[in-house]
Design a protein around this ligand. Structure first.
Ligand code: NAP
Length: 259
């Protein structure tokens, strides 16, 4: 565990961002810290969280590196307990950890199906169940789940699109169940965002990442691909004090509407 100063009155809301060692999760952790949250930077490998934690601390924020596999209930419960003990009760949760195991249906293995469903759906379930106890006790909470434009269907992503569509239903159910406790739940569904995940997709289809991005940008109404910060900005709003009447929504962060 890496830590600096404990939460103070000015960082009274404690946030957990899963999969925050890199990509969208790292940008979100940095952005929430800039908003005054004390942030638990959670990822599979605790050491991999060091860069995100260092960036937050250098900017004057408070962060804690936590290693946990979101698919393992015992690790999730231990991680949430450590965050509560060290930073204070977590009342903001961003379920961002994700993996892809793309393949056409007839070539998709049982393992590739299970891994993707587990990380996205079981992971969000276990984390949300553990953290809601702190949110309902506080009478305030914000949950944001990372869905995807692939929830609408995407060739080669039967596992991923099923998980991301499932997260939308999960989000709406949390909104119904937790609303009376002052807890909102929303989903953010990014389109093409430049991260290691999209770099891996480019490699899989045999394209240079730059050319892959250029081709994607031509299909996007704003004519550019997304950055992790585009998603983090939207999550900052949804987890903010002013978003208490927005719940059960899916916000596509994709540079245009999707059909
Ligand atoms: P990324 O760069 O691949 O980062 C994902 C992070 O999640 C990695 O640090 C990874 O750790 C971690 N992780 C994976 N399995 C985990 C587990 N079981 N427990 C804890 N952490 C785990 O991905 P990204 O592009 O930033 O995507 C973040 C989220 O946005 C994902 O849910 C993704 O599906 C979603 N999304 C991304 C895009 C896009 O265009 N990039 C579009 C739509 C939706 P390791 O490095 O150790 O594997």
């Amino acid at each position: 565990m890496t830590e600096n100063t404990p939460a103070t009155a000015t960082t009274s809301r404690v946030a957990i961002v899963t999969g925050a060692a890199r990509g969208i999760g790292a940008a979100t952790a940095r952005r929430l810290a800039a908003e005054g949250r004390a942030v638990a930077v959670l990822d599979l490998d605790e050491a991999a969280c060091a860069d995100t934690v260092a960036a937050i601390v250098e900017a004057g924020g408070t962060a804690l590196a936590v290693g946990a596999d979101v698919t393992a209930g015992d690790q999730v419960d231990a991680a949430v307990a450590r965050v509560a003990d060290t930073l204070g009760a977590p009342t903001v949760l961003v379920n961002n950890a994700g993996v892809i195991r793309d393949n056409l249906l007839f070539k998709m293995s049982d393992g590739d199906w299970d891994t993707v469903i587990d990380v996205h759906l079981r992971g969000a379930f276990l984390m949300s169940r553990a953290v809601q106890a702190h949110m309902t006790a506080a009478g305030w909470g914000r949950i944001v789940n990372l869905s995807s434009s692939s929830a609408l269907g995407n060739r080669g992503q039967a596992n991923y699109s099923a998980a991301k569509a499932g997260l939308q239903g999960f989000t709406k159910t949390l909104a119904f169940e937790l609303g009376k406790f002052g807890v909102t739940a929303n989903a953010v569904a990014p389109g093409f965002i430049v991260t290691d995940m999209t770099a891996a997709t480019a490699a899989r289809v045999g394209m240079e990442f730059e050319a892959f991005q250029d081709a994607a940008a031509q299909q996007i109404p704003v004519r550019r691909v997304g950055r992790p910060e585009d998603v983090a900005n939207t999550i900052a709003f949804l987890t903010g004090e002013d978003a208490g009447f927005v719940s059960g929504q899916v916000i596509y962060v994709a540079g245009g509407p999707l059909c």
